[in-house]
Design a protein around this ligand. Structure first.
Ligand SMILES: NC(=O)c1ccc[n+]([C@@H]2O[C@H](COP(=O)([O-])OP(=O)(O)OC[C@H]3O[C@@H](n4cnc5c(N)ncnc54)[C@H](O)[C@@H]3O)[C@@H](O)[C@H]2O)c1
Length: 252
């Protein structure tokens, strides 16, 4: 059980990519705070299972199938969230896709696809919830970045470039939306060991790399992000905006 942030009770929270990985952990964590949680994903099976489990436990959750690369569909899905739960007070722009790719293989179409899944929807989700947050007298937008571009990972240049742009997005929107008391921050995870990371990339060399590079001598899990993100969503962080928060176990 994480810390409690009483002001999150009853808040309407939208989490993109909430069907699996870190997003699913956030859906659960916000639901346990008493928030009304809407989440978008394209992975229907785990998303529906999560929705059902949380509803059975008495939480307010609503899953919608929504491909975040389809902006008109995203805008329509946000209207639906508003109709279901009311104005959205917290937006977690979490969805992304860290597919590896070789620099030489990137085509203009692939570049556009990677930016569509890793960056573009963050802007349009923020745009679509702006009026809700204004109506509520404020709000919190949390954009998921990544430390991958800072530590110089070279195995997915489109992803890392898009993730670096998340910081520019945060700093632009924080300034634009500050007068409406809307806070915008980036959370930059280090290497967070989800089921997908375990299955695809965590091998013995990766385990050693974690111990060699992190100050903290353990693997980080989605739960390590929950506390910082709940804090940034809540009134406890009422004066925190335009910032980056790194959660990487002290990677050097
Ligand atoms: N896991 C890590 O080590 C790590 C490190 C740095 C940053 N991050 C960031 O944290 C966030 C979550 O990471 P994760 O590891 O849980 O990722 P993940 O790939 O495990 O999960 C992403 C979720 O987004 C969904 N999604 C993907 N494309 C979509 C689309 N077009 N429309 C709707 N949903 C879509 C997926 O189905 C999945 O449920 C991402 O922004 C990621 O870049 C993760």
């Amino acid at each position: 059980m994480s810390a409690r942030f009483p002001d999150l009770e009853g808040k309407v929270v939208l989490i993109t990519g909430g069907g699996s990985g870190i997003g699913a952990h956030l859906v659960r964590g916000f639901a346990e705070q008493g928030a009304a949680v809407a989440f978008f994903d394209i992975a229907d099976e785990p998303s529906r299972a999560l929705e059902q489990e949380l509803k059975q436990a008495g939480h307010q959750v609503a899953y919608q199938h929504c491909d975040l690369t389809d902006i008109p569909a995203v805008q329509a899905a946000i209207v639906q969230v508003r109709e279901t739960f009311g104005p959205i007070g917290v937006l977690i722009n979490n969805a992304a896709h860290d597919e590896r790719h070789d620099f030489q293989d990137v085509t203009p179409e692939y570049w556009d696809q990677r930016f569509a899944v890793n960056l573009k929807h963050q802007f349009f989700c923020a745009q679509a919830v702006h009026d809700d947050m204004k109506q509520l007298g404020g709000g919190s937008i949390i954009n998921m970045g990544s430390t991958s571009w800072i530590i110089g990972m070279g195995t997915m240049p489109c992803y890392t470039t898009a993730k670096s742009a998340v910081e520019g997005l945060t700093r632009s929107l924080a300034r634009a939306l500050g007068p409406d008391n809307i806070r915008v921050n980036t959370v930059l995870p280090g290497w967070i060991i989800t089921k997908r990371q375990e299955e695809l990339w965590l091998d013995a060399a990766g385990e050693k790399k974690i111990l060699d590079n992190q100050c903290l001598q353990r693997q980080l899990k989605p739960d390590d992000l929950l506390g910082p993100i709940l804090f940034l969503a809540s009134d406890a962080a009422a004066a925190c905006t335009n910032q980056r928060f790194i959660v990487d176990g002290g990677w050097v």
